[in-house]
Design a protein around this ligand. Structure first.
Ligand SMILES: NC(=O)c1ccc[n+]([C@@H]2O[C@H](COP(=O)([O-])OP(=O)(O)OC[C@H]3O[C@@H](n4cnc5c(N)ncnc54)[C@H](O)[C@@H]3O)[C@@H](O)[C@H]2O)c1
Length: 315
């Protein structure tokens, strides 16, 4: 696969993935609406090259999507509304972009016989206090965000069964790293600490996530794009579970800020306690994570410290 359409490529994971694709010698078309969550600045270092093209547009716009689908061999679909708290306030855009947008892309992929890579999330499995979710675990999403992502995954799978579409789904755990919007947990904690503002933690602070450095996820997605078995789902995790409280303490320590900046706030509605993935299937493709949490968090903190203009502009 030489020519790739990346949707949502001006967002956090999408822009990091575009960099990896360009480095691998692919031709890349990026389709992004540039909502509050995406910015063209995230692609500054790659947009000058002759093998990348940026198109500002909506994944729900069938005519734009069909026109771009003609020009590629594969679609990697990141574009989504992604912030759980926003989905609790109003889920309308989540259903439109995450479900309708995925349907629009699937129709285009089917017409042009393309490979379709759906970027999913471990949040579709819901919460578990112990054990690991495998790819065949039940889908039990808790938030309107994760429900819209589960609906999209099910649509993707139906296109493989009904129409024989060449599709693969990845479901990763929580990502962190450079270019993540400051509304998300780790950037919010880093930027508040840099501004000497309180660091709000939901509930008792013991909700835990398996934190995956974004470069590891992007390498995993590339591996699945190249070697993933048609119709299969791949969990991408890394076994780096940390509670929110542990993450916040580590951020404060790295920035030499006082622990009394921690502020407990009422819990999020429907807040999942713990996510944890079995990623043996990714190992069978030859992938493994390379960055552990303390190294990744150090790199991430350094990036936010050295890019204040980026996060002040995005906040
Ligand atoms: N961030 C995580 O921890 C994580 C974990 C697992 C899975 N995912 C999935 O990975 C994907 C990317 O997540 P992210 O954190 O990079 O998201 P993000 O919010 O940083 O970026 C989303 C991008 O999609 C674009 N977009 C939104 N609506 C659009 C539309 N209608 N048409 C075209 N573009 C549109 C935005 O402008 C933005 O550039 C999502 O599908 C998300 O569900 C994210």
């Amino acid at each position: 696969m030489k020519r790739i359409l990346v949707t949502g490529g001006a967002g956090f994971i999408g822009s990091n993935f575009v960099r990896l694709l360009v480095a691998s010698g692919r031709d890349v078309i990026i389709l992004d609406k540039l909502t509050y969550a995406g910015t063209i600045e995230n692609l500054d270092d790659v947009l000058g090259s002759t093998n990348t093209r940026f198109v500002q547009g909506d994944v729900c716009d069938g005519s734009v999507v069909k026109d771009l689908a003609k020009q590629v061999d594969c679609i990697v679909h990141f574009a989504a509304e992604t912030h759980v708290d926003r989905s609790i306030t109003d889920a309308t855009e989540f259903v439109r972009t995450n479900v309708q947008g995925t349907h629009t892309l699937l129709e285009a992929a089917r017409s042009h016989d393309l490979r379709f890579l759906q970027i999913g999330t471990d949040e579709v499995y819901g919460s578990t206090n112990e054990g690991l979710f495998t790819e065949s675990s039940e889908l039990r999403p808790s938030s309107p965000y994760s429900a819209s992502k589960a609906a999209a995954d099910l649509l993707v799978r139906s296109y493989s069964i009904t129409y024989g579409l060449d599709e693969v789904i990845t479901r990763s755990s929580n990502n962190y790293g450079p270019f993540q919007h400051p509304e998300k947990f780790i950037p919010r904690m880093i930027t508040n600490a840099l501004n000497d503002l309180p660091l709000p933690i939901y509930g008792d602070g013991l909700n835990s996530r398996d934190w995956l450095y974004v470069d590891d996820n992007c390498r995993g997605i590339l591996t699945v794009m190249e070697k993933g078995v048609r119709g299969e789902t791949y969990n991408i995790g890394c076994g780096q579970d940390r509670s929110n409280l542990e993450v916040v303490k580590a951020v404060l320590q790295l920035l030499s800020k006082p622990m009394d900046l921690i502020q407990y706030v009422p819990d999020r509605l429907g807040h999942d306690r713990r996510y944890a993935l079995d990623w043996a299937r990714m190992k069978s493709l030859g992938w493994k994570p390379l960055v552990d949490f303390s190294e990744g968090l150090g790199l991430t903190v350094e990036w936010y410290v050295s890019h204040p203009e980026w996060w002040k502009h995005s906040s």
